[in-house]
Design a binder for this molecule. Structure first.
Ligand SMILES: CC(C)(COP(=O)(O)OP(=O)(O)OC[C@H]1O[C@@H](n2cnc3c(N)ncnc32)[C@H](O)[C@@H]1OP(=O)(O)O)[C@@H](O)C(=O)NCCC(=O)NCCS
Length: 154
């Protein structure tokens, strides 16, 4: 059952003091979540981190890294109780607008081959499959899982 959204949502710069909330969502959203250290390193590296809020509730967040004329989306997550309400699309819009201001020509990302829902959201948004990376992700019982590489031309 989805939680009902308050009418106003806002996108904020993601700060260190939000990381407790971020990690709580991360652990509920993934089988192999990022650690607090992964987010702290992203902040230290000057990556583009944004958090989506409604009142005091953290709804989701994303992490992106700028490259040469390209942007790499490293993490995009919506809290499970707020999924399927257009919030990933809203963050993908914010990411695209920011990438355009950075003169990026494309955005690219990796996604687990088994993550059909995320692949569907990216495909509907306009991302195309451009390749695969074999054994890219850790999986259950010491196994590995392939990544699908997707890209959006700007
Ligand atoms: C993948 C993930 C980010 C998608 O987030 P989401 O918020 O559920 O995605 P959205 O709701 O934006 O997806 C688009 C859907 O919303 C609909 N939508 C778009 N704008 C909308 C709006 N304003 N109001 C309501 N629905 C809207 C779209 O039509 C689409 O419909 P669908 O549910 O029939 O596909 C989310 O499932 C998630 O965090 N999963 C776990 C972490 C993960 O896998 N991250 C990706 C790793 S690569």
């Amino acid at each position: 059952m989805n939680a009902v959204l308050q009418p106003e949502v806002r996108l904020e710069v993601l700060h260190e003091d939000m990381l407790n909330d971020v990690v709580r969502i991360e652990q509920r959203a993934y089988s192999h979540p990022w650690t607090r250290g992964n987010f702290a390193d992203s902040l230290k590296s000057g990556y583009h981190l944004r958090a989506l809020w409604s009142g005091q509730a953290l709804l989701g967040y994303f992490v992106a890294m700028q490259g040469v004329q390209e942007v790499h989306l490293l993490n995009i997550t919506v809290a499970p109780e707020f999924q399927s309400q257009g919030l990933a699309v809203l963050m993908l819009d914010a990411l695209r607008l920011w990438a355009q201001t950075q003169q990026a020509e494309c955005i690219w990302l990796e996604v687990r081959k088994s993550n059909a829902r995320a692949i569907q959201v990216y495909t509907r948004y306009g991302y195309s499959r451009v390749g695969e990376r074999k054994n890219y992700y850790p999986a259950h019982a010491g196994q590995r899982e392939d990544a699908v590489v997707m890209s959006l031309k700007l």
